[in-house]
Design a protein around this ligand. Structure first.
Ligand code: COA
Length: 147
């Protein structure tokens, strides 16, 4: 599913299909089994049609989780799957007392994704990694537990 997402929507993600397809199977197995991320998928009629993930600690802030790999297969979009997966992910993150906030990066041109994140309470924040970048991304953040 990750490879499908990178192939179909190359402008939505920070990594490329060519990079990801070269990673060995044990990279993916370790990522799923490693305990440093949460990965959820959506299954419809026995087929995987969507995914979301979160790294439990940002490299610069262990109390911030980072949402990665948000994708719904084109034929299944607009039916609430993306929102349902994101809400389930946020609920799972809220169970972890060590995590206070959650952030993500989104291509500003990705209107559906931006609208979804805004509807879930994410707000734009400055992105220090973007300084001087030819392809700036939008960083969005929210508290894990909304009061
Ligand atoms: C972004 C994405 C995951 C949304 O998944 P989805 O299942 O279609 O989303 P949902 O049906 O749950 O919609 C949830 C909300 O997103 C927003 N949304 C979804 N599609 C939209 C569209 N085409 N235009 C504007 N807003 C949209 C709406 O706010 C919607 O809520 P509403 O239905 O109450 O208005 C999906 O479009 C996708 O996979 N896009 C390609 C990959 C991508 O851009 N990933 C994000 C990387 S950061």
């Amino acid at each position: 599913m990750r490879l499908e997402a990178l192939r179909r929507e190359p402008s939505a993600y920070g990594s490329t299909y060519d990079d990801a397809v070269a990673w060995p199977d044990d990279f993916w197995q370790n990522r799923l089994a490693g305990g440093d991320s949460i990965n959820l998928v959506a299954i419809v009629a026995g087929r995987m049609v969507g995914m979301v993930g979160a790294l439990l600690a940002a490299p610069d802030d262990p109390s911030t989780a980072v949402v990665v790999g948000v994708y719904v297969a084109p034929a299944h979009r607009g039916r609430g799957i993306g929102r349902t997966m994101m809400e389930a992910l946020l609920a799972r993150l809220a169970e972890r007392t060590e995590i206070a906030s959650v952030r993500l990066s989104v291509n500003p041109d990705r209107i559906a994704a931006r609208t979804l994140y805004t509807a879930l309470g994410f707000q734009s924040v400055p992105n220090p990694e973007d300084e001087g970048s030819p392809m700036p991304t939008l960083r969005m953040e929210r508290a894990v537990r909304l009061s």
